[in-house]
Design a protein around this ligand. Structure first.
Ligand code: IPE
Ligand code: IPE
Ligand code: MG
Length: 260
């Protein structure tokens, strides 16, 4: 780890860090527009921010980083931009694979990957396989993903199981739905960040983010560096997560845990 990263980490308090961070990486187009560059230049620059976020999460021991890279609705963008994004995603993941392996980062793919062009899909799949033995950070890329698509898929799966008698309607609870989600097996995100100034979820992790701490920043994704991510982590450390209980209950629990 370089000295700069170490000093960024040193500024964090000893309070627990999020186990799972999810990010809506927004603002690439505006970043490019501000510089009179084509939107694709913003997407290219955004890859650097992905690398920085991955490194900081690895270095701080965050277990899961989930990035919204391309939504189901993004297929409706001009074909030229979609093509550029698909090429960029494939190229970037191939280039980053050795570093991911070196940093013990495991790639997980979330979304309707079948809709992606074969070339990008192959490169992603090769990276997934090359990092499948890694046991450090799990980096999930959400591609051709939308939460409503994912929930509908889970419902379809349960309906099939019910139709063939493998499960009864009464057995369908939160756990059964969760098991059918693309994120199954991962803890829910503790911290959900959106860059680029908008304050909406845009169809991202609607189920999983039920109790996520939300953090919105005007910083555009290509400008979002390690310091900006550490600011979001520090903000998270100051939040009191009550999960429906009272502040007094949470404090009593924390005191009990400190004693035992
Ligand atoms: C986010 O940046 C990247 C993707 C959605 C693929 P945008 O391309 O949405 O950038 P803005 O919001 O237009 O600035
Ligand atoms: C959300 O950004 C999707 C990703 C970051 C991949 P958008 O730019 O597509 O969201 P909207 O359209 O502004 O809600
Ligand atoms: Mg946007």
């Amino acid at each position: 780890m370089d000295i700069q990263t170490q000093s960024i980490i040193d500024r964090l308090s000893g309070a627990p860090l999020p186990r799972h961070i999810a990010i809506i990486m927004d603002g690439n187009g505006r970043w490019a527009k501000q510089r009179s560059l084509p939107r694709s230049a913003g997407h290219y620059e955004g890859v650097t921010s992905v690398r920085r976020a991955t490194e900081l999460c690895s270095d701080t021991g965050v277990g899961f980083l989930t990035l919204y890279a391309f939504s189901t609705e993004n297929w409706n963008r001009p074909q030229e931009e979609v093509d550029t994004l698909m090429t960029l995603i494939g190229m970037a993941i191939e280039r980053e694979t050795p570093d991911l392996v070196r940093n013990n980062v495991r790639l997980r793919l979330i979304g309707d990957i079948e809709r992606m062009p074969a070339d990008a899909r192959d490169r992603l799949e090769r990276c997934r396989q090359a990092t499948s033995h890694c046991s450090g950070l799990t980096l999930s890329l959400c591609l051709s993903y939308s939460s409503r698509w994912e929930i509908a898929e889970a419902a379809r799966r349960l309906a099939r199981l019910a139709a063939d008698g493998s499960i009864s309607a009464d057995e369908i609870g939160e756990e059964a739905v969760e098991a059918g989600l693309a994120t199954s097996g991962m803890p829910a995100p503790d911290l959900l960040i959106r860059t680029g100034g908008e304050k909406r979820l845009s169809n991202f992790l609607l189920w999983q983010a039920a109790y996520a701490e939300l953090y919105f920043t005007d910083t555009l994704w290509p400008d979002f560096g390690k310091e900006a991510l550490a600011d979001a982590m520090a903000d998270f450390q100051c939040r009191e997560r009550r999960f429906g209980r009272t502040s007094e209950q949470v404090e009593a629990d924390t005191a009990f845990q400190a004693d035992s």
